[in-house]
Design a protein around this ligand. Structure first.
Ligand SMILES: [Zn+2]
Length: 135
């Protein structure tokens, strides 16, 4: 479990770093046209670095939590509490918070308010549109 979490965090971090380095944005978003759980995080951190905290929270309300939790997870092998049950409950609650915030953001902002915009030029919507034109 610990190694699995560490590998998952490192994998996600590597993908995020690669995306930032390539300046292509979110892979999930460019594939599906739908924002992912983390969409807006990069923009929120960029806004926070400009001390524009209102914009940072608007881009992603969980920005102050995300990096510290990821760093802690990597540093402590996914162990937030010594008690295994507390650790599991904390991890599940954290996941539920991220999913809940995502659903609320989708409900309030999707499909036309940044960062929760629909991208019809993404691979899957574009393919769907071309196939719809043919058939
Ligand atoms: Zn995303």
């Amino acid at each position: 479990m610990k190694i699995w979490i560490k590998k998952a965090v490192l994998g996600v971090s590597a993908v995020v770093a690669l995306v930032i380095l390539l300046d292509r944005g979110c892979v999930f978003y460019h594939l599906t046209g739908i924002p992912c759980l983390g969409c807006g995080l990069t923009r929120s951190y960029l806004a926070a670095m400009r001390f524009d905290f209102g914009e940072a929270f608007r881009m992603h309300p969980l920005w102050p939590v995300t990096v510290p939790v990821l760093l802690w997870a990597v540093w402590k092998d996914g162990v937030f509490f010594n008690d295994r049950r507390q650790n599991l409950v904390f991890t599940l609650l954290l996941g539920l918070v991220y999913i809940g915030v995502y659903l609320i953001r989708m409900w309030l902002l999707f499909p036309d308010t940044p960062p929760m915009q629909f991208y019809d030029g993404a691979l899957i919507p574009a393919l769907y549109q071309r196939l719809s034109d043919i058939f």
